[in-house]
Design a protein. Structure first.
Length: 761
């Protein structure tokens, strides 16, 4: 008599693997996107059938007790359909702050709490894996998905990424940090060849992922659409096996980003590379695996290795545990988490004459369409279907501050009109721009009205909004401010200042904007980012001093786009559809391929080393109080360097401060950036006069540079300067430590094939 088929459990993976047919194995390695979006008109990232609107799911094999598992976007909250057929129940998800706002808190403990809240929400909505966090390096200010990512710096990226992964996974569901790796641009993202030196790959683009993998062991990782040095990430054995698994010890599964069969990448390469799961998954891929094994193009050992990893993943999931999700997550509790976190991630760029916080504020004139249509998050798969967005009017009202009636009335009538117009105008092909809250056009406000408003209000607030999203990079004109915005800033400032009333600008943008040409006209500038559904409340908390700002920039804000060394190789005119025919040729610089000529000099590593003026340096952020650093101590302890510094609140308001530790390496064989961030820590809220000693541990290997010639990490011997400050340009204390040579051999992986014109000091 035939044996009954084994039913999967954590202890019988070998038996299940043995019992599986080739067809079943192949099915498990390909997602259940069988309806497919291509040709069906469905949107990318909406393939799941078990949880409506989730991005996809894996195949169930009932015979062996293998359940389907559900994966859902994305970095700022759970992306599912809020309204479903046949039920009056709603399934809204909390809109958490975008990645850049989270990282701007420089507070991993807080990000961990956000992760827990997001994890609870995923768990209770029936999701097994959240497709995030987004961990690509913010290479250039025009990157369309920068808002989903954390930083231009790998240490900050890895630390915040690890906190998020640990937070989400502590709730018993998985994560998929993405897009591994070097998804630096959206233009031609599924084919662009990112040409990067091995050194820049190791030190900049992979290092954050490495830290996160070592510290948080995500259940899954998502490979990126692009190529790296001529090889697709999803078919890249060096990337997915040699580096990710053999060197870093990654134990989970790798899934592709949402693409079907690729005409120039055999499925055999993907299976061999260690890309375990093809998402969203098409029957043709299953067939390719079966045929590949039969014809000998695919080694069954590779298939078995990947299937085993899939089974190891599946037994961890809530679906396998038959977790009874409630569809009733703690939305109220999570709203409080997002309100607190986004307030802590907001960055105060300017506060002339200490106009902020505004005490005794009664009435405000609110300018700018985004004051009334506050942008909570970005566009594309990373957007969240939120239950509400607190705009500036509501946020101020909630703390007892009124807005001037005439102006409010005009904008509040305009917003629904502009939204209806935009909806009617929608281009269905631009699916990524149709997911989320698009930016509405500004309107003209006359001087006469502004004068009238100035008489009624105690202050003017101008909100400048910027939107961006998946699938399209930003244009230079979106970094710059428009003529209409410039006029609004000038007129409002002239009129309000003539009456002795302050003008405050709120930047409601996922990414950096040009500020140098207009900042002198206004008193205060607060970067609110796209802070999630509670945005207006968080801004009000900061403006009125309920929260003392403690956010710091996680990327340099340049004076102009042309200042950035990566701009020369970045798409300048990201007309996704207009360029389609040129994509086919594969030879368009900055579109089909991107030379990372700036090498390791990304962000502040460039501006600081080459002494270039910036609008705001990396790490910058003002507070309502002042702090002093003292007693910087650095000592070697085993394989670590331990840094401690005392931070004192020397001002008159309670607040938190971030100690940023930069290191300048001694002159050696390899050239080095002038400074690199090697540790950071944030104080608790310090009362005026109160001090806290922060202690940070830096593993010696974190001080190493990558020596491509010998495929090794190397700390060259000599005296290292340890600098502490509150941004890369504002260093308060310095001390030295002499270190011996340290090396760590790794594999010669991801070799550069093109010849680049690398930047040198
Ligand atoms: C995006 C991913 C996302 C996936 C599923 C892709 O287009 O690049 O970030 O997780 O779709 O929606």
């Amino acid at each position: 008599m035939a044996q009954p088929a084994p039913q999967l459990n954590a202890g019988n993976i070998d038996d299940v693997l043995k019992a599986m047919t080739l067809e079943e194995k192949a099915q498990l390695l390909v997602g259940d996107g069988n309806d497919g979006f291509i040709g069906s008109g469905a949107m990318l990232g909406h393939q799941a059938k078990l949880v409506a609107g989730a991005a996809g799911q894996t195949v169930a094999i009932k015979r062996l007790g293998i359940p389907a598992t559900v994966v859902s976007d994305g970095p700022a909250g759970i992306h599912i359909d809020p309204i479903r057929k046949g039920t009056s129940q709603t399934f809204y998800a909390t809109g958490f702050p975008i990645g850049t706002c989270l990282a701007s808190t420089w507070n991993p403990q807080l990000v961990y709490q956000v992760g827990r809240a997001m994890g609870e929400e995923g768990l209770e909505y029936g999701v097994d894996v959240i497709l995030g966090p987004g961990m690509n390096i913010q290479r250039n200010p025009l990157g369309g998905r920068n808002f989903e990512y954390y930083s231009e710096d790998p240490l900050l990226n890895g630390t915040i990424g690890a906190a998020m992964v640990n937070g989400i996974q502590s709730m018993g569901i998985g994560t998929s940090p993405k897009h591994f790796a070097v998804n630096s641009q959206e233009t031609d993202r599924t084919r662009v060849d990112e040409r990067v030196s091995q050194r820049a790959l190791r030190e900049i683009y992979l290092r954050g992922f490495e830290k996160m993998v070592r510290e948080a062991q995500p259940w899954t990782v998502m490979s990126s659409y692009n190529k790296i040095n001529g090889v697709y990430s999803q078919g890249n054995h060096d990337l997915l096996t040699t580096v990710l698994r053999d060197e870093w010890g990654f134990k989970g599964i790798v899934m592709t980003d949402w693409i079907g069969e690729r005409d120039d990448l055999p499925v055999a390469d993907e299976v061999h590379a260690g890309n375990d799961l093809m998402m969203p998954g098409y029957p043709v891929q299953t067939k390719d695996i079966i045929d590949g094994v039969k014809s000998g193009k695919i080694d069954i050992k590779d298939v078995d290795r990947n299937v085993r990893k899939m089974l190891e993943y599946i037994v961890k999931t809530p679906s396998f545990r038959k977790y009874k999700f409630t569809n009733n997550p703690d939305l109220k509790g999570h709203a409080a988490v997002t309100r607190q976190t986004s307030a802590e991630g907001m960055v105060l760029l300017q506060n002339r004459g200490g106009v902020l916080p505004i005490r005794n504020l009664k009435t405000v004139a609110l300018f700018g369409v985004n004051s009334y249509d506050f942008l909570s998050g970005g566009l594309g798969s990373g957007c969240v279907n939120v239950p509400y967005v607190v705009d500036m009017v509501q946020g101020l009202k909630n703390i007892g501050v009124a807005t001037t009636p005439a102006l409010t009335d005009i904008y509040e009538k305009y917003v629904p009109y502009a939204k209806a117009k935009l909806a009617a105008d929608k281009n269905p092909e631009m699916w990524f721009l149709n997911q989320g809250q698009p930016k509405l056009d500004e309107i003209d406000i006359t001087d006469r009205l502004t004068r009238h408003e100035a008489q009624q209000a105690d202050a003017a607030i101008i909100t400048l909004g910027r939107q961006s999203g998946e699938g399209i990079d930003r244009e230079v004109s979106e970094f710059n401010i428009t003529e209409k915005e410039r006029e609004m800033i000038s007129h409002v400032s002239d009129i309000f200042h003539s009456q002795g009333k302050p003008v405050i600008v709120i930047l409601n943008s996922g990414w950096s904007m040009e500020t140098a040409s207009w900042r002198d006209r206004v008193d205060a500038i607060l970067v609110a980012w796209e802070p999630g559904e509670e945005g207006g409340n968080s801004v009000a908390d900061v403006l009125t001093g309920k929260v003392c700002p403690s956010g710091h920039l996680t990327a340099t804000w340049p004076v102009s786009i042309g200042d950035d060394p990566s701009t020369a190789n970045f798409p300048q005119q990201p007309d996704y559809y207009g360029l389609t025919d040129k994509f086919a040729r594969g030879a368009l610089k900055g579109v089909n391929y991107s030379n990372h000529d700036e090498d390791i000099f990304v962000g502040y590593r460039y501006y600081d080393t080459f002494h270039k003026t910036v609008a705001y340096p990396f790490g910058f952020g003002l507070s309502y109080t002042t702090f002093a650093f003292s007693g910087l101590k650095v000592k070697k302890q085993g394989n670590d360097v331990v840094v401690s510094v005392s931070v004192k609140n020397t001002g008159r308001t309670a607040g938190k401060q971030v100690a940023q530790v930069y290191v300048t390496a001694p002159k050696g064989n390899l050239e080095k950036p002038a400074k690199e961030l090697k540790a950071f820590a944030k104080t608790k809220e310090l009362r005026p006069g109160q001090s806290e000693t922060l202690t940070m541990t830096i593993p010696v290997r974190d001080l190493a540079s990558f020596d491509s010639a010998d495929s090794q990490w190397i700390v060259e011997p000599g005296t290292y300067a340890f600098l502490v400050g509150d941004n890369v340009e504002n260093i308060a204390e310095v001390t030295g430590l002499t270190l011996d040579k340290y090396t760590e051999k790794v594999n010669n992986a991801l070799p550069l094939k093109a010849s680049l014109n690398l930047l040198h000091r």
